[in-house]
Design a protein around this ligand. Structure first.
Ligand SMILES: [Zn+2]
Length: 447
């Protein structure tokens, strides 16, 4: 039982719990192999930081964290990195990774020449370090002639799991996935993609589902990331439906999503809210205009919000308007992939320019009361591709076109591969996901 001394064991313990009886020996051998691999790759953040600190004594280690709505510039500014150096570092990193929109809580580190820092010299950073997640670190290291990009991959373990179950009387798919212990975000994806095809109120007891998940853990068994590769629902009334995760090859591609085998997109997470708090003041429709005093179409929704509240893009898209007029005040418009355009008006500040590509939930401006407005609020509007205003509250998703041509061929190749992965994972012994459910799970370690 030598391996036990290494296990920091949430993952391994649950791994062990998944197997039992006659498979135990085989499992132990596999675990020992895994631990050996991990040991070989052993390398930790602390060692790395120590290494950074060991460099000459005239350096200091500074760090800061990404806050809501911030890009890398804001964080680096707080770290007092000079504008010029910031630009060089980001250029160095951007050739290899997407630094654009960062996640809240991500941490930046910099080893800074203390003397130069005190004097605010143009070049004071020796190493800039950005940890993307628990296993991936990006470094910009100062060499004589400039910054050089270096990427550090920490040891990790990936596993695939197939969950299979039958809908209980009075049970829901989400409820059963919940009881099976699947992380909330992945549960949301499963029911979301299937909902594009299935009216779940027509699901019957006895209907079957099957899901293939892939999870990544770092060597301390911390869950790093997961994806839903496949979801299937076979219902007596709702019929048989499958969703496959398509990888377009570029992590930034907007085609990365779930599709049917025929290339029909299953985009479910549709629109987000433009504000953190949603309080509707005035809805879409004819109303007596508060300032003009005549009946007019109120071509959007007014959300009550305090001055300066952050305003977010409701979906991915490209900024087509960022300007000012007497009626709308400061306004921003974003064109989305299905040809619909979202509008954000009366802003006190605009944070994006025409032509900028924005991600869903990216900060684009601040609530204000500019233009024809009686007080701080966000007027949020939506135009269809024909240029007519529609009620934003009726728009629930952004449709993406069907995959065609080379992409469809690529998807169909991936579908074959996914079916093979399911088959392989199903060869692992089936065990109950846990005591509270009859859902069965098969688990296969990938590395
Ligand atoms: Zn309005």
């Amino acid at each position: 039982m030598k391996f036990l001394k290494y296990t920091v064991p949430v993952f391994f313990a649950s791994f062990l719990a998944l197997f039992c009886g006659c498979h135990e020996e085989e499992t132990l051998t596999n675990l020992q192999k895994e631990v050996a691999i991990l040991e070989m790759r052993a390398d930790s953040l602390y060692q790395e930081i120590d290494q950074l600190k060991k460099t000459p004594s005239d350096v200091v280690l500074i760090s800061d964290t990404v806050c809501e709505g911030e890009g890398p510039y804001a964080v680096m500014e707080r770290m007092k990195i000079s504008k010029k150096e910031m630009a060089t570092i980001l250029t160095t990193l951007q050739d290899s990774v997407d630094m654009g929109v960062r996640k809240v809580g991500e941490r930046f580190y910099a080893v800074v020449d203390s003397a130069a820092n005190a004097a605010r010299a143009e070049h004071s950073v020796r190493v800039f370090r950005w940890q993307e997640n628990a296993i991936r670190v990006h470094l910009a290291v100062w060499m004589d002639s400039g910054f050089v990009y270096k990427r550090v991959e920490k040891p990790f373990v990936r596993k695939q799991s197939v969950y299979e179950g039958v809908l209980e009387k009075g049970g829901t798919l989400d409820g059963m996935l919940f009881k099976s212990g699947i992380p909330p975000r992945m549960r949301g994806v499963v029911s979301g993609v299937l909902q594009c095809k299935i009216a779940f109120q027509s699901a019957q007891p006895g209907d079957k589902f099957r899901v293939l998940l892939e999870d990544t853990f770092n060597k301390d068994s911390v869950w790093v990331s997961g994806k839903v590769i496949y979801a299937e629902f076979d219902g007596r009334v709702v019929g048989h439906h499958e969703a496959f995760l398509y990888d377009d090859g570029d992590p930034k591609s907007s085609f990365n999503a779930h599709y049917t085998e025929n290339g029909e997109a299953l985009i479910f997470n549709g629109l987000r809210y433009p504000l953190d708090k949603i309080q509707i003041g005035s809805r879409f429709g004819k109303r007596l205009h508060p300032i003009l005093g005549e009946y007019r179409l109120h071509a959007g929704v007014d959300y009550r919000a305090s001055m300066g509240s952050p305003v977010y893009a409701v979906a991915d898209g490209v900024v087509t308007v960022s300007g000012y007029d007497d009626a709308s005040g400061n306004k921003i418009a974003i064109k989305h992939s299905d040809g619909f355009v979202s509008y954000y008006m009366h802003l006190s500040q605009r944070g994006v320019n025409v032509g900028t590509r924005v991600a869903a939930r990216q900060l684009i401006g601040k609530v204000g009361s500019t233009g024809r407005s009686t007080g701080p609020h966000l007027h949020f509007g939506f135009k269809n591709p024909q240029g007519q205003w529609i009620d934003p509250l009726t728009k629930t998703m952004i449709a993406t076109p069907k995959l065609a041509g080379d992409r469809l061929t690529k998807l169909q190749g991936q579908v074959k591969d996914i079916r093979k992965q399911i088959e392989l994972t199903l060869q692992s012994p089936a065990v109950k996901a846990n005591d509270t459910t009859d859902v069965m799970v098969h688990v296969r370690a990938l590395n």
